[in-house]
Write a protein that binds this ligand. Structure first.
Ligand SMILES: C[S@@+](CC[C@H](N)C(=O)[O-])C[C@H]1O[C@@H](n2cnc3c(N)ncnc32)[C@H](O)[C@@H]1O
Length: 248
């Protein structure tokens, strides 16, 4: 007798089919990139807050990260790039909702006093360890590794967006991520924006997190791009940036 699929299976299957079709719709993807590039002119990604603190992200990416946290249930979330603390508190809030004693380890080269104070006085601050220093400093990476030892770890890279910096971060932090968990590399979308979009920044088309991800994937067979997340977000700062670890 044929197996009757559940409503959940049916719902997943129809969504997967639509996502796969949409992922092949190059004109739609280009319209999304054009929209994001135009919105960058208004610093769109600066316009949101999470539980009171500014978070420099697109809402779609926050939903994707929430899905990853819920399905992988990390013990530790490592993020590089704290800025005003919104992403730090975002991750802390998800760990709080999961229950347990999950911790966020956040690294930034420059944690301004008012941002540190906002994080350290937030109701969720008990879940946060702030580390000031460059994410590619071996001593800093060592401190982070110590805090993750033996714990299921999700890594999110969102600091300096040059190719060399992100590639070095990938080499330093990928070993913390075990099979089934994720390494998210944000701001890969810089590669898809017109060259010269960031005249005051050291990154550009050809020199950004996406070029680093592609170089890293040639070095390591431990990660693959999650094509379901990649295909469905459309409006995202992280195309090709959600990497699933497939090998310990
Ligand atoms: C895009 S912001 C982070 C945004 C934050 N994750 C959020 O979602 O609100 C980038 C941050 O990276 C930090 N940064 C720049 N170079 C760095 C480095 N070498 N190591 C660590 N952090 C760095 C900057 O100080 C800045 O706060």
């Amino acid at each position: 007798m044929a197996k009757v699929e559940s409503d959940e299976e049916w719902f997943q299957a129809r969504n997967a089919a639509n996502i796969a079709k949409m992922a092949d719709d190059a004109p739609l993807k280009q319209r999304a990139v054009d929209l994001m590039a135009a919105a960058e002119g208004y610093e769109y990604c600066y316009h949101f807050r999470w539980l009171g603190l500014p978070i420099i992200q697109y809402p779609q990416d926050l939903v994707a990260l929430q899905e990853i946290v819920w399905t992988t249930k990390p013990d530790v979330i490592v993020e590089t790039g704290v800025a005003r603390g919104g992403s730090t508190i975002f991750f802390a809030s998800l760990l709080q909702l999961l229950g347990g004693d999950g911790q966020v380890v956040s690294v930034d080269i420059d944690i301004r006093p008012h941002n540190r104070q906002a994080i350290e006085t937030h109701p969720l601050s008990g879940r946060v360890t702030l580390i000031e220093g460059s994410s590619t400093d071996k001593e800093i990476a060592g401190q982070v590794a110590e805090l993750c030892r033996g714990r299921r770890t999700l890594v999110v890279l969102d600091s300096n967006h040059t190719h060399d910096h992100v590639l070095e971060e990938l080499r330093l932090y990928a070993p913390l991520v075990g099979s089934g968990s994720y390494l998210a590399v944000l701001d890969t979308v810089i590669e898809d924006f017109p060259a010269g979009s960031y005249p005051e920044r050291p990154w550009d088309h050809g020199n950004n997190p996406k070029t680093a991800v592609h170089a890293f994937l040639k070095e390591s067979d431990r990660f693959e791009i999650d094509q379901t997340i990649n295909g469905k977000l459309l409006l995202t700062v992280a195309p090709d940036g959600y990497l699933r670890c497939v090998k310990d």
